[in-house]
Design a protein around this ligand. Structure first.
Ligand code: HEM
Ligand code: HEM
Length: 184
């Protein structure tokens, strides 16, 4: 269940681990890892793969409606874990420069993570079974209705941001590979 915050702690520890490795690379090379060299590039690629998983896996599980694939609430926890660790790796990939379309992609990434936290907050306000399904309760019907409406409104914002993010990410990847990798 999301209320335990386990996925947030796991993401936090993963981020500490990744920061440790990043720190060791900075210490060994005495410079900020460049986005186009082995370490910085790998951070971008692995981070982006985690973000692609975030975009697709939970939605697929939600639509399959089959318990065979595991609990929906566990998939949402995994969604949040990869939705935090992926963007963090990508942030370290940037080499702290934010020019052009790559900078725009980073901005979308930050916005979707902030939006995710807001969605997570609204989501946990709605009473649910351990599988994440909403519980109807006549006593809290009015409160439940407004939280549901808020969740629906949030979906209409979070999902297009995700789409815009991936359009700009693919443009960045195409341009970066063309100019910084293949032309070299
Ligand atoms: C959402 C995911 C990603 C974000 C937000 C992102 C963001 C960035 C940023 C901000 C930079 C620095 C731009 C600058 O110099 O001002 C950069 C550079 C770069 N990125 Fe990404 N990146 C992402 C994914 C990827 C992936 C998956 C690849 C490779 C397949 C990649 C390849 C590169 C390369 C090669 C550079 C260096 C470009 C150069 O030296 O001119 N990026 N990226
Ligand atoms: C790379 C970052 C992320 C992307 C691309 C992303 C994308 C998405 C998408 C496409 C959905 C809609 C799923 C569906 O209804 O089919 C969704 C739902 C959701 N996301 Fe994210 N997300 C990201 C990060 C996060 C983060 C960091 C959090 C929490 C801190 C979060 C929390 C949620 C919640 C609570 C839902 C609603 C679940 C539901 O109503 O069933 N997301 N996300």
């Amino acid at each position: 269940m999301l209320r335990s915050g386990r996925e947030l702690w796991s993401a936090f520890f993963a981020a500490i681990l990744i920061t440790g490795v990043y720190g060791m690379v900075v210490f060994a090379t005495r410079k900020i890892p460049s986005a186009s060299e082995l370490f910085g590039h790998s951070l971008g690629i692995f981070g982006f793969i985690l973000m692609l998983m975030t975009e697709t896996l939970y939605s697929l599980r939600k639509r399959s409606r089959s318990a065979r694939w595991g609990r929906m609430s566990s998939w949402l926890q995994f969604h949040i874990f990869t939705g935090l660790v992926g963007p963090y790796m990508v942030l370290l990939h940037t080499s702290w420069k934010f020019n052009g379309i790559a900078g725009v992609t980073t901005l979308f990434t930050i916005v979707i993570v902030i939006s995710g936290f807001i969605g997570r907050y609204i989501y946990t306000r709605i009473p649910r079974t351990s599988d994440g399904l909403e519980i109807e309760n006549s006593l809290s019907a009015e409160a439940l209705k407004s939280a549901r409406r808020l969740m629906a409104l949030w979906h209409t914002i979070h999902i297009p941001i995700g789409m815009a993010l991936f359009v700009s990410a693919f443009a960045h990847i195409g341009a970066a590979l063309y100019y910084a990798t293949f032309l070299k």
